[in-house]
Design a binder for this molecule. Structure first.
Ligand SMILES: [Mn+2]
Length: 360
């Protein structure tokens, strides 16, 4: 069976060589999976020019040998850190790259001690993450499935939005529906916010009951075959007052402008600015309190970040969310979010739920 892992490791080795490193230590589970197929949540990968070694403990031994069958799997003896240190020592150590975002100060110190004086530890942030930004065709297929699944789950709970229902009931139903439809679970804690609570961008579901004439924000994502989706819709239960309708139209227009700005070569800050400019035209920009979006893939938040100051240019294979919102404390909030893939010749919205204002 042809797997993508060896090709990804080759690409990583090119980065390692370019940075004049002899080894790269990889510990983040999403990167372990991306580079080897190993699905366990404990272990370390040492990618060296000469060989690639996965170190893990007894709980994952059989799993690692099966999932990462084309690389060397070493069972850790003692702690993971001392085992990795001994491995590097045996390889002749030299320059070992580590991701400063993934190790604590204490862990780095312990790795330093365990690998001996001939090993120099060099900060090497985001090497695998950089590769992960450019999704392969099979990854895009998986992300489409995850996006479509999230949309179906969202639409399936709309009929439950009746006065009296509690946020936690909707949240539980969303998570249940995801798993029933094949997801391994939610990509993040599902957000269900009624009424004034919709003004909190990251509201956790509570026992609050839905009343007539309230806003409802549903923000959910599913992990399907390792890949995350992320979608938000805002609904009004009852007949919406004109100012809420106007606010919704502004957010929808802002999202449309940002999606229209997505193309190969566009900067991430440019996409963010497109949404902000529309909201400024409605004098709502000061209520847009977060960035326009984020990269999506094996993790729900990954590179590239679609925010102010992000000069990075979009490339084919990037998948990002576009999710402007307005939040008025004590009143309510509106957010509309979709997942978008960048191609050389077009932009593809991979979540498929109508965006028209829904009044129930
Ligand atoms: Mn999001």
């Amino acid at each position: 069976m042809k797997t993508p892992f060896a090709q990804r490791r080759r690409a990583l080795l090119a980065e390692i060589a370019q940075a004049k490193l002899d080894h790269l230590l990889v510990t983040k589970p999403a990167n372990l999976y991306y580079l080897t197929g190993f699905e366990g949540d404990a272990g370390a990968l040492v990618v060296s020019r000469a060989r690639v070694t996965l170190v893990t403990d007894g709980r994952f031994q059989a799993q690692a040998r099966e999932e990462a069958s084309d690389i060397r799997v070493v069972l850790q003896r003692g702690s993971l850190i001392s085992s990795v240190g001994a491995l590097l020592h045996s390889l002749g150590s030299q320059r070992a790259g580590f991701d400063p975002n993934q190790l604590t100060v204490a862990q780095l110190e312990a790795f330093g001690k365990a690998s001996g004086p001939r090993c120099r530890w060099i900060p090497a942030p985001g090497f695998a993450e950089k590769l992960r930004m450019r999704k392969e065709a099979a990854e895009l297929d998986q992300m489409r499935r995850a996006g479509i699944l999230a949309g179906k789950v969202l639409e399936s709970v709309l009929t439950m939005l009746k006065p009296g229902v509690r946020e936690i009931e909707i949240g539980a139903e969303i998570d249940y529906q995801m798993r029933r439809r094949g997801a391994s679970g939610p990509a993040f804690e599902t957000i269900v916010a009624f009424g004034k609570r919709s003004a909190l961008p990251h509201a956790r579901p509570t026992a609050k009951q839905l009343r007539k004439n309230e806003l409802v924000v549903l923000d959910l994502g599913a992990i399907l075959g390792h890949y995350c989706s992320d979608i938000t819709r805002t609904i009004f239960v009852g007949r919406a007052p004109a100012r809420i309708r106007r606010c919704y139209e502004a957010v929808l227009e802002a999202q449309g402008a940002a999606i229209a700005a997505v193309e190969e070569g566009a900067t991430c800050e440019g996409v963010d600015a497109a949404a902000r400019k529309v909201l400024a035209g409605y004098r709502l920009d000061r209520y847009f309190v977060h960035s326009t979006g984020h990269g999506l893939g094996l993790e729900v938040h990954e590179d590239p970040r679609v925010a102010r100051g992000q000069k990075q240019r979009l490339k084919p294979g990037n998948v990002i969310t576009v999710e402007p919102g307005v939040y008025v404390a004590g009143v309510g909030g509106i957010r509309i979010e979709d997942d978008v893939a960048v191609h050389a010749d077009r932009t593809e919205v991979i979540t498929r739920v109508p965006r028209d204002f829904i009044e129930l």
